[in-house]
Ligand binder design. Structure first.
Ligand code: GLN
Ligand code: ZN
Length: 758
């Protein structure tokens, strides 16, 4: 057996990569120095993999921004608005596509399958003429060989995945795009073969989604052509994030090796191997170590699994590897000295995962006795966390065991609730509100920093936050909004804020993961039972409410969003962890209600993000996700109005579940896709309060009263005016004071005009 890797985090041990990119963009780093800095990071990454004992080391997975954009640039697929005139794509064009310029909007970005990584969506305009502008894999291969003597395995995004993820062409043009790009793939491979490259890793994660039979025929045609035209290099076809549905067809493709995910496949890949066997002439990449989670593996069960697989595949045809590129986990857990020792000891980030891979490979080759000591240590680390008091919170366990008796829906119908709520609040037609946050000015951020560093006392910080709240209550009063918010000034991030106050969460010092471009996120770790300890939002909300007779919405992040934006313990199902969070949030909601807060918003922007890759699993996920939301929001009185909020995404196919959340009012970000969103409501009668963002807060210009008026008119063509709310999109925390006030002023004016009309 050999040990292998599929991709390594590019951000650097201390996010040097991010810092270099941003310095270059800011003009503080010359291009030459920038290249040198990135090269150092790149070589360092390769060296680390070598030192960890990895035999199959990927090259070309490193990027200056995003690996999909790299592929577009390699083939000259630069949208025409950037004025690209052929030849090697320079850095300014490359970053223009990624980030936009004054003249041309950036290409859009979207989530990479079901991860939190976002890629730049290729735009396949019909007039583009794809050519190989430069063979970046060849450069990467040469560099690794010359500088470090590493015989790397170049990584290429598979053609089918690439075209499927692209936009800008009609469905019936898909095959013609395949035909246009296929010769370039051949050319890349031929050049690599001529250089002496042994093997190329071709990533086709699209094979882990649900594909139609006709699509498989296209995939087969692609690989037949590559095998025939570029016989000098071995193809290693890599899938990940799920099982492959059409196992027999996939393993029959004319490639040298196939990589399968044995962590996130729900056991289906293993079942397929047992049932159909594995071709004797192929190599199997066994994705054994979780490339997305952060926990040390249970090595005993991994070895058992490997053992089972070796019954169908000869050992010398096995590569032990992560389930997917390690791009999706932080670099190293070594420096996490501030964490509780038991927790720290149970973590495995990229470097620790590589060590696990090397260890399993060693055991596979030399027998389990060869690694007995390490195995014992790893198993003790896991056991210590399993047995820690953080996972033995009795009341949490009791409540989950008794879940069926927990209230999970409002008792009164939505109409009945609406009547009592309206009696109480007497809101006008088209109530106006905002989504929660107001500008986090440099002063706000500076204040938080001073407080965190201990330069400011608790009291000083509190006074500062109160002043901000007061300022914005006054502004909302002056603007004439109907439903107020306190502004979220005390929050850094909508998940971290709650995680820091609930039991069961931990925060690393350096557990960063690339989200998009230079933006990295540091997800909280849910390691223990989640439990409410003390009110989290009551003081600020109650203070805000004390300043006005208008309702102030309490503001929480919902259970599914907290779950989906965290690293989650692996000894319990995500479903169960969601219920734990939900029940903890329920206590916060009850505390707000008891303190006199009559409207409470529970944001769920990440509901859609959690959807499984395979369609047939959607219903099961949505069922427990909806239940989690309702567990947290169902114990309030009829007159307490529950709001929720979601950011823009496709709603069509999950609209029934959104309605099933049974929130009294929902606000949805519409961003630049107002028309599309409105369409979702054409065939579905939404019977609860609803506000569709009437302006895109990110727009650099001040939205006019007329523009917002036409958005309102358009929405009211399909939505019931009696249920319609008026609000901007989310994200005001990123805007400046002046623009926020000016656009809200226009929004209120547009509302007044609409009230006359309807
Ligand atoms: N209440 C949050 C805010 O306004 C919602 C954030 C979001 O939509 N992601 O900042
Ligand atoms: Zn939003």
């Amino acid at each position: 057996m050999r040990s292998g890797n599929l991709g390594y985090p590019r951000i650097g041990r201390d996010r040097e990569w991010k810092k270099a990119l941003e310095a270059f963009w800011a003009g503080k780093l010359e291009e030459e120095a920038f290249h040198a800095e990135l090269k150092a990071i790149r070589l360092g990454n390769l060296k680390t993999q070598q030192e960890q004992g990895i035999e199959v080391i990927p090259v070309g997975d490193f990027s200056y921004y995003d690996q999909i954009l790299d592929t577009s640039a390699m083939f000259g697929l630069i949208p025409s608005r950037f004025g690209y005139e052929g030849g090697k794509v320079g850095l300014s064009t490359y970053y223009a596509v990624a980030r936009g310029t004054r003249e041309a909007a950036a290409s859009s970005m979207t989530k990479w399958f079901n991860t939190n990584y976002h890629y730049i969506v290729p735009e396949l305009e019909s007039t583009l003429k794809p050519v190989l502008t430069s063979n970046r894999l060849l450069e990467a291969y040469r560099e690794a060989k010359q500088e470090l003597g590493i015989e790397g395995r170049p990584v290429l995004i598979g053609l089918y995945t690439f075209v499927k993820l692209s936009r800008g062409y009609a469905p019936n043009e898909l095959e013609s795009w395949i035909d246009r790009l296929l010769p370039l793939y051949v050319q890349v491979l031929q050049e690599l073969a001529a250089e002496g490259v042994q093997e190329v890793q071709i990533d086709e994660p699209i094979l882990s989604t649900t594909l139609a039979q006709e699509e498989l025929a296209i995939v087969a045609r692609i690989y037949e052509t590559l095998a025939k035209e570029a016989p000098g290099v071995k193809l290693f076809l890599q899938t990940y994030f799920e099982s492959v549905d059409h196992y027999e067809a996939v393993v029959a493709l004319p490639v040298h090796g196939i990589g399968l995910d044995f962590v996130h496949d729900g056991g289906r890949n293993l079942a397929s191997i047992k049932k159909h066997g594995f071709p004797a002439d192929k190599v199997l990449g066994v994705g054994l170590i979780d490339g997305r989670g952060i926990w040390k593996a249970d090595l005993h069960s991994k070895l058992e699994l490997l053992n089972t697989i070796s019954q169908s595949v000869a050992s010398d045809r096995i590569i032990v590897q992560p389930s997917n590129s390690l791009l999706h986990v932080p670099v190293s857990a070594k420096g996490e000295l501030k964490l509780d020792a038991v927790l720290r000891d149970a973590l495995a980030f990229a470097d620790e995962k590589l060590a696990e891979i090397a260890l399993i490979t060693k055991a596979g080759n030399n027998g389990i006795e060869a690694v007995a000591v390490e195995l014992e240590a790893a198993s003790n680390s896991r056991k210590a966390l399993e047995q820690s008091p953080s996972r033995a919170r009795k009341e949490v366990h009791e409540r989950i065991a008794d879940l069926a008796s927990q209230p999970s829906d409002r008792t009164a119908s939505v109409e009945a609730r609406r009547r009592v709520q309206q009696d109480k609040w007497q809101l006008p037609l088209f109530p106006t509100t905002t989504i929660g946050s107001f500008p986090q000015t440099p002063e706000v951020r500076r204040a938080r920093l001073k407080w965190r560093k201990g330069e400011w006392s608790e009291e000083q910080y509190e006074t500062f936050i109160k002043d901000e709240i007061k300022t914005w209550i006054d502004i909302q009063t002056e603007l004439g909004l109907d439903v107020f918010v306190h502004g979220e000034f005390e929050r850094n991030d909508m998940v971290e804020f709650f995680g820091e106050k609930l039991a069961g969460f931990a925060f690393t010092s350096n557990g960063w993961v690339q989200s998009y471009g230079s933006r990295c996120v540091k997800p909280p770790i849910i390691y223990g039972d989640v439990e409410f300890t003390a009110p989290m939002t009551v003081a600020e909300t109650v203070y805000a409410q004390s300043l006005t007779s208008k309702p102030v919405k309490g503001m929480l992040t919902g259970p599914i969003t907290i779950l989906n934006w965290s690293f989650v313990r692996d000894d319990k199902s995500r479903e169960e962890v969601a219920y734990q969070i939900a029940l903890a949030l329920r206590e916060e909601i009850e505390a707000l209600e008891a303190a006199g807060i009559g409207m409470i918003q529970v944001d769920e922007p990440a509901l859609r993000e959690g959807l499984p890759l395979k369609r047939e699993q959607w219903a099961a996920y949505l069922k427990w996700a909806v239940l989690a939301f309702r567990l947290s929001t169902s114990t309030v009185a009829d007159e307490t109005q529950i709001h929720t909020h979601m950011c823009y995404s496709e709603f069509n196919d999950i609209i029934e579940s959104i309605s099933a959340l049974n929130a009294d009012v929902i606000s949805i970000e519409t961003s630049r896709s107002h028309g599309e969103l409105v369409k979702s409501f054409e065939d579905f009668t939404y019977d609860k309060g609803i506000g569709l963002g009437v302006y895109d807060i990110h727009s650099p210009r001040l939205p006019s009263v007329e523009e917002m008026g036409s958005m309102i008119d358009r929405a009211l063509r399909v939505l019931d005016p009696a249920l319609f709310w008026i609000n901007p999109d989310c994200g005001l925390k990123t805007r400046k004071y002046e623009e926020t006030v000016a656009s809200l002023r226009n929004m209120v004016e547009a509302t007044e005009i609409a009230r006359q009309k309807y």
